[in-house]
Ligand binder design. Structure first.
Ligand code: NDP
Length: 249
């Protein structure tokens, strides 16, 4: 299904690679004005900015650490000052720092919780007032199948992704009367840098439990996010959409 985001302002965290990049391209292809953030991939960010501009897309780029509230405020203010509205926020940026509990360090715990979960608070809080004033808005958060099922070696990551689900449902209840929907997408294993470290054996083990018998493409996830951000999903809020080939059911 194609969705039309003409004249809508979309902000995506972590737009330089993987799912975030697919989101930037999909929203731009659907006619949106697109702002994205990144932390360290400056060359990729510049390349993406100029590709979008050459294709006629209005684009804004913000460098910063999503774990910092100031980065969220700067991005949201930048979007609303330039474009007068913030219609869609996608909280996508995330990291994994895996390790069994025996070896998992406090720094691994803090980095994952702050990057994956606190960032969602930061950007949602910054977007809250503009969307309340507009009495309209869409927030879509990237959770994970791991936040639903758990996974050995990923206590920190699973906790961050399960936290996003509780946050999403609570925000949905707070903002429903203001016309703002808040949903989450829970992808299974997607082919990106984050899963690039899987060896063949790990990949085979995962696929044994995926009825659709393949990893997800970044576009599989992007299309689910576009649906939740679109008019077609105007009566959907507080939902966790599994995009995992049937892995979690
Ligand atoms: P990638 O590692 O491919 O890309 C991560 C993106 O997030 C990059 O653009 C990166 O910017 C940005 N980012 C990371 N940390 C920060 C930070 N502290 N501040 C700002 N930006 C940051 O990730 P994926 O595309 O694989 O994952 C995207 C989301 O989807 C994540 O939330 C992930 O947990 C979730 N997910 C992924 C799955 C998968 O199988 N890949 C499965 C389920 C969920 P930079 O390039 O500058 O580093």
């Amino acid at each position: 299904m194609t969705h039309d985001f003409t004249d809508q302002s979309v902000l995506i965290t972590g737009g330089t690679r993987g799912i975030g990049r697919a989101l930037v391209e999909a929203f731009a292809g659907a006619g949106a004005r697109v702002a994205f953030t990144y932390r360290s991939s400056t060359d990729a960010a510049e390349e993406l900015r100029s590709t979008l501009k050459n294709n006629g897309t209005d684009v804004l780029v913000f460098q910063g650490d999503v774990a910092e509230m100031s980065a969220a405020e700067e991005a949201v203010e930048g979007v609303t000052e330039a474009w007068d509205s913030l219609d869609v926020l996608v909280n996508n940026a995330g990291i994994a720092r895996d390790g069994l509990m025996l070896r998992l360090g406090e720094d691994d715990w803090d980095a994952v919780i702050e990057t994956n979960l606190k960032s969602v608070f930061n950007f949602s809080k910054a977007a809250y007032m503009p969307m309340m004033r507009q009495r309209a808005g869409r927030i879509v958060n990237l959770s994970s199948v791991v936040g639903v099922m758990g996974n050995p070696g990923q206590t920190n990551y699973a906790a961050s992704k399960a936290g996003i689900i509780g946050f999403t449902k609570s925000m949905a209840k707070e903002l429903g009367q203001r016309g703002v929907t808040v949903n989450a997408v829970a992808p299974g294993y997607v082919q990106t840098d984050m899963t690039g470290a899987l060896d063949d054996e790990q990949r085979e083990t995962i696929l044994e439990n995926v009825p659709l018998d393949r990893l997800a493409s970044t576009d599989d996830v992007a299309q689910a996010v576009l649906f939740l951000a679109s008019d077609a999903a105007s009566y959907v809020t507080g939902h966790v959409l599994h995009v995992d080939g049937g892995l979690a059911m």
